[in-house]
Design a protein around this ligand. Structure first.
Ligand code: NDP
Length: 452
């Protein structure tokens, strides 16, 4: 998309003010490209400098995380928490532990989170955090020591009414447990609502673990239903094999689709019989193994190592693609391959997994529906807000009830994106619909709260 001349100066200022943070620039650009018509219709946003304020995080925290490995060797990693926007509620968003994490990653994720949380209609602001710590190959004790050191610094910035982190890449229930334990120890408070994604025995909520993957599939199904179709009988490819991917695979198959491919950072597997949910979950969640192990256990599955040859997971023919691994994993070339092979629906389970060229190719293609992450994967954070509700009322809801709430929330988000896109002259463009609807909710709250 071409950026409207009214918003271009804001984008140029973001680049000047945040040098080198390329993912953050990309996320800002993608939102600003949608906002030209909003500034024309609602001049008060320009008057209150809402865009400039939205692009500047309210607070950015960077800290040292010293920890010791099992041999006694000392390591120093960097911790981050970007508290981006609290107009709608406490900062809310996950923590990512991955060696690629730097300030630009956390800012892009935090920026996306602000709009996503706005779209859910729930009372949550946006934030994100993490570390360049690499959990791969580390023992349980090492993970625990790292989490304890990380929380020893971060705890002072958190609170159920202030900032509520959750998991993301490299941070699952195990890590949330160690983080919560250390928070409880330091503060002497059993403040369940300070972290979400907790285990069921200690304040967690049913469906939170499954929510992002399930929600992405519900969103894809809504996109198909808007065109008189459904997921039933469709062939699906899901990238990744972590939390989001595994439960996307489960729900897609429950809804009658066949998932024929998934991946990790070492390569991908193609299984014409349909990915076996129990096998992939056992390998990834219990054994913490690699995707090649899956191919070894299934008669017709094949493994393709990453970087060997031109093929990527997106070369597998499918009707529906669900990128659920990481940012910029689906390129313009991948988009062309997918569409050539008949793919007509893409729903992003990961955050910003499609490059700008890929997004453009999908959005411009007639008959192709593209659901951006801030809408399609919002089920995770929405269910985190449901976990906070249960913590606040000391209640716990059944799986069925919570899943039904999640499905309703995803249908509402879909409806909001669809209607907003149509209102602003971009019918069927979920990117425009999600960006504008998220912006309107946060922007209106910011105007109402004054210059803070
Ligand atoms: P996990 O750590 O559970 O899984 C991540 C998966 O992506 C793994 O299979 C991993 O492979 C793969 N992956 C990670 N980095 C790369 C890379 N650089 N190249 C190729 N593959 C990679 O994370 P989640 O499933 O929680 O998160 C996945 C995505 O979903 C992220 O974009 C996250 O921000 C987003 N998301 C997550 C939510 C949640 O509730 N968990 C909520 C909303 C969005 P390997 O193991 O080999 O590294």
């Amino acid at each position: 998309m071409v950026m409207d001349e009214k918003v271009e100066p804001f984008y140029n200022e973001v680049i000047r003010h945040n040098p080198g943070e390329v993912e953050f620039h990309q996320a800002v650009r993608e939102v600003l490209e949608s906002l030209g018509p909003v500034l024309v219709k609602y001049p008060e946003f320009a008057e209150h400098k809402i865009i400039e304020r939205l692009c500047e995080p309210e607070r950015q925290i960077i800290f040292r995380v010293p920890w010791q490995d099992d041999k006694g060797e000392v390591h120093i990693r960097r911790g981050f928490r970007v508290e981006f926007n609290s107009a709608l509620g406490p900062y809310k968003g996950g923590l990512r532990f991955h060696p690629s994490v730097y300030l630009g990653t956390v800012k892009f994720l935090g920026f996306e989170q602000v709009f996503k949380n706005g779209l859910t209609g729930m009372p949550i602001g946006g934030g994100k955090g993490g570390s360049d710590f690499d959990p791969k190959g580390r023992s349980d004790d090492e993970i625990m020591r790292f989490c304890q050191s990380f929380m020893t610094e971060l705890y002072r910035h958190l609170g159920e009414y202030t900032d509520v982190p959750a998991g993301d890449i490299g941070v699952g229930t195990r890590e949330v447990g160690y983080l919560f334990g250390q928070y409880k120890r330091i503060t002497n408070r059993y403040e369940s609502g300070v972290l979400t994604g907790k285990g069921l025995e200690w304040g967690g909520a049913l469906v939170r673990n499954e929510a992002t993957g399930y929600g992405t599939v519900f969103f894809a199904d809504e996109m198909l239903r808007a065109r008189g179709d459904s997921l039933d009988g469709k062939t699906v490819v899901v990238s990744g094999s972590g939390n989001v991917a595994i439960y996307a695979i489960e729900k897609a198959q429950e809804m009658g689709a066949t998932v024929v491919g998934c991946s990790d950072s070492s390569g991908y597997v193609y299984d014409p019989d349909g990915i076996c949910f129990d096998t992939i979950r056992e390998i990834k969640e219990v054994e913490r193994g690699r995707i090649v192990d899956y191919a070894a256990r299934r008669p017709n599955a094949v493994f393709r190592e990453r970087g060997k040859g031109d093929a990527t997971i997106w070369s597998i023919p499918c009707d529906v693609a669900l990128p659920c691994a990481t940012q910029n994993e689906l390129t313009g070339r991948d988009a062309a391959t997918l569409m050539k092979n008949g793919c007509t629906v893409v729903a992003e389970g990961a955050n910003m997994p499609t490059t700008p060229e890929g997004v453009r190719a999908f959005v411009d293609a007639p008959g192709v529906a593209f659901g951006p992450g801030k809408a399609a994967n919002a089920g995770g954070v929405a269910t985190s807000a449901l976990e906070m509700q249960q913590n606040a009322s000391r209640d716990s809801w059944s799986f069925k009830h919570t899943e039904q709430r999640l499905q309703e929330i995803m249908a509402d988000i879909h409806h909001t994106c669809y209607e907003t896109a149509a209102e602003f002259g971009s019918e069927g463009n979920y990117v425009v619909g999600a960006n504008i609807a998220g912006f309107l909710r946060v922007g209106r709250a910011m105007v109402a709260l004054g210059l803070v």
